[in-house]
Design a protein around this ligand. Structure first.
Ligand SMILES: CC(C)(COP(=O)(O)OP(=O)(O)OC[C@H]1O[C@@H](n2cnc3c(N)ncnc32)[C@H](O)[C@@H]1OP(=O)(O)O)[C@@H](O)C(=O)NCCC(=O)NCCS
Length: 172
C-alpha cells in the first residue's frame, strides 16, 4: 500500500487492473482532454509506463481502490514531468465516470500532494491541465494550487494549450 485516505487506498497498478483501466482509458468522455479514447495498444503502453515509473522513480500513477467495495475506481499519483523547462513532480488524476462528483479525486490527490511533500521531500507539486479541462482545473484549485504559467503540449498529433498549476510546500 502506498497511502490511504478516509475512503480510499492507493497501491501500484498490476495486470489485474486492466479491465478497470480500460473502463477509464477507453471511455471517450473521460479521455476528452487526452484527445479521445485509447485503443488496446495504448492501454497496454500506459500500464507498462507506470510499471517503468515504479521501477525507475519509485512512484507513478497508482490504482485508487474504494475501500468499502474493493473496486478500482481511478488512478491518481505522482509522476516526473517536464513543465516550463524543468523536471518536476506532478500529481495526476483520472477516475471512472460512474464515480465522478463524489469528492474522490480531491481526496486521492490531496493524499498524493501530501505524500510528495512528506515522503518524497519535494518543495513544489505541479499539475498540468489542458486549457479546456475545467473539472481538472477545479481539482488543482481545491488542492491549493495557483497558475504559474502556460505552455503548449504536443500530444497525439495535436497542439494542446495547457496551464501549469503548482503549490509550494510552505502553502500546503
Ligand atoms: C477531473 C476528475 C478527476 C474529477 O474527479 P471527481 O472525483 O469528479 O472530482 P471531485 O468530486 O473530487 O471534485 C473536486 C472538485 O472539482 C470540481 N469538479 C469536478 N468535476 C467537475 C466538472 N465536471 N466541472 C466543474 N467542476 C468539477 C468539483 O466541484 C470539486 O470542487 P468543489 O468541491 O469546490 O465543488 C474527473 O472529472 C476525471 O476523471 N476526468 C477525466 C480525466 C482527466 O481529465 N483528468 C485530469 C487530467 S489533467
Amino acid at each position: 500500500m502506498i497511502l490511504t485516505t478516509p475512503r480510499l487506498d492507493l497501491r501500484e497498478l498490476t495486470d489485474d487492473d486492466l479491465p478497470a483501466l480500460r473502463a477509464i482509458l477507453q471511455d471517450p468522455e473521460t479521455m476528452t482532454a487526452y484527445e479521445g479514447a485509447f485503443d488496446e495498444d495504448m492501454v497496454q503502453a500506459w500500464l507498462a509506463r507506470q510499471k517503468n515509473r515504479y521501477r525507475d522513480d519509485g512512484f507513478g500513477l497508482w490504482a485508487v481502490i474504494l475501500r468499502e467495495t474493493g473496486e478500482m475506481i481511478g488512478q491518481c499519483g505522482l509522476t516526473r514531468q517536464p513543465i516550463l523547462g524543468e523536471d518536476v513532480i506532478e500529481v495526476g488524476y483520472l477516475f471512472t465516470r460512474s464515480h465522478w462528483h463524489r469528492g474522490y479525486a480531491i481526496e486521492a490527490a490531496t493524499g498524493c500532494r501530501d505524500h510528495a511533500f512528506t515522503v518524497l521531500g519535494t518543495d513544489r507539486v505541479w499539475a498540468q491541465v489542458r486549457d479546456t479541462n475545467i473539472a481538472s482545473m477545479n481539482v488543482a484549485i481545491r488542492l491549493g494550487m495557483t497558475v504559474r504559467g502556460r505552455f503548449v503540449k504536443h500530444y497525439r498529433g495535436v497542439d494542446m494549450p495547457h496551464l501549469a498549476f503548482a503549490i509550494d510546500r510552505a502553502a500546503a
